[in-house]
Design a protein around this ligand. Structure first.
Ligand SMILES: O=C(O)CCC(=O)C(=O)O
Length: 288
């Protein structure tokens, strides 16, 4: 079993040192302990629990094994705690460094794995989806920030360190999800170690868009919610116009401003990735 190295944030934020960068380049991810301090994580948790819009606008995907994954997804980072975090130096700025240049916000997602019913995600690469949405270069990354503790009992993320070096894996439909080709995954999981990413609230996993990852069902009494922010390099705007965000400069906020975000909640345009993908496929068919 591979030991997982964890880096730490401090009150000023998080610095991408040469060691951090080398670890990310080699492994395709980094874990940062305490990226959010306890006050920030409490603000985020309360904001999400009290936001009826976020919860009622989630879409569900069958995991093919009797349980469902629930996701709420939007493009515009606003002025509430989710928007301030998405625009902060310690989140967006970390990806500027890790991905080697200016990034913009691609989307924000609340993953809701409820106690006893939370579904699994099959092995996939985020770029396995985004390639089809006209993103030309795998210069994207996602950070998953734990709102609740995540461990193997409630379906924490699992990653295959170094698998981002395998290039883009062909993705196929698995249940209602799209996942990495299971035949190829068989060899990849033999060659690379599977690592469980256990996180305390406020800890973060930054990962490259070609890193293979999955998560199991939550059959425990403990909910597992996580906030995900995805970023794309400024020079990598999708060439297809669909619901994926084209380049838009990010209005950055300093880490010290996060707690002073100006709104407790905000109106958002929620996306339904399943219906929006189907609508896009239909539009393509009609154009042929
Ligand atoms: O947090 C999880 O369980 C998986 C989320 C994920 O992989 C995704 O939304 O693409």
């Amino acid at each position: 079993m591979t030991n997982i190295k964890k880096f730490s944030a401090n009150e000023d934020g998080f610095k991408v040192t040469r060691e951090v960068q080398e670890y990310f380049d080699e492994n395709g991810y980094i874990v940062v302990k305490g990226l959010l301090d306890s006050e920030e994580v409490t603000m985020l948790k309360e904001a999400m629990e009290q936001d009826r819009d976020v919860l009622s606008n989630c879409f569900e995907r069958d995991d093919g094994d009797g349980q469902k994954v629930k996701l709420s997804l939007w493009n515009e980072p606003g002025d509430d705690i989710t928007g301030y975090l998405a625009r902060s130096d310690k989140v967006a700025g970390t990806f500027d460094e890790l991905l080697g240049g200016e990034v913009y916000h691609f989307h924000t997602k609340l993953v809701q794995k409820e106690a006893f019913t939370g579904g699994s995600f099959v092995w996939h690469q985020d770029y396995g989806y985004w390639y089809d949405n006209g993103v030309l270069v795998p210069d994207l990354g996602t950070v998953s920030i734990a709102i609740d503790r995540a461990d193997t009992s409630n379906g924490c993320l699992k990653v295959l360190p170094r698998s981002h070096k395998a290039g883009r894996i062909h993705h196929v439909v698995v249940a209602e999800q799209v996942g990495a080709d299971p035949d190829r995954m068989k060899y990849l999981t033999e060659r690379f170690d599977v690592v469980d990413v256990e996180l305390d609230p406020g800890d973060a996993l930054f990962f490259h868009c070609n890193l293979l990852h999955k998560s199991d069902q939550n059959n425990s009494p403990n909910r597992r919610w996580a906030m995900l922010f995805a970023y794309n390099r400024a020079n990598n705007s999708p060439v297809i116009v669909d619901y994926h965000q084209p380049y838009k400069p990010l209005k950055r906020v300093r880490n010290s401003e996060v707690k002073n975000c100006s709104k407790s909640t905000q109106k958002r345009n929620y996306l339904d990735a399943i219906n929006d993908d189907q609508a896009y496929q239909k539009q393509l068919q009609e154009q042929k």
